[in-house]
Design a protein around this ligand. Structure first.
Ligand code: SF4
Ligand code: SF4
Length: 85
């Protein structure tokens, strides 16, 4: 269970219509792994996320959301939502 960062992959969007391993390959701290044909989040690594946004930039279906739990901020490929700017 992470304390600071929660990374989520929407299974309805992940790899929709195409094979993809972009987030698994690009993340510098190994947040993602292949799981049941989709990208899964390695829970014990979530707090290692350095908020580089590379996965958000590379995901072709905007399936990833990164929630900064300490700031109530959610980062997606579409931008940043929440109190912290
Ligand atoms: S980059 Fe997006 S579509 Fe590709 S495996 Fe990761 S979450 Fe799924
Ligand atoms: S923002 Fe960077 S460190 Fe965090 S999950 Fe995405 S690629 Fe990995």
């Amino acid at each position: 269970m992470s304390l600071f960062i929660a990374v989520r992959v929407d299974p309805e969007r992940c790899r929709a219509g195409q094979p993809c391993t972009a987030c698994i390959g690009v993340c510098p701290v190994t947040i993602f792994e292949g799981r049941d044909g989709l990208a899964g989040v390695i829970g014990e690594n979530e707090d290692e996320c350095i908020l580089c946004d590379l996965c958000l930039a590379r995901c072709p279906t905007d399936a990833i959301a990164i929630h900064k739990l300490y700031a109530d901020e959610i980062r997606t490929g579409a931008g940043v939502q929440g109190s912290a700017k």
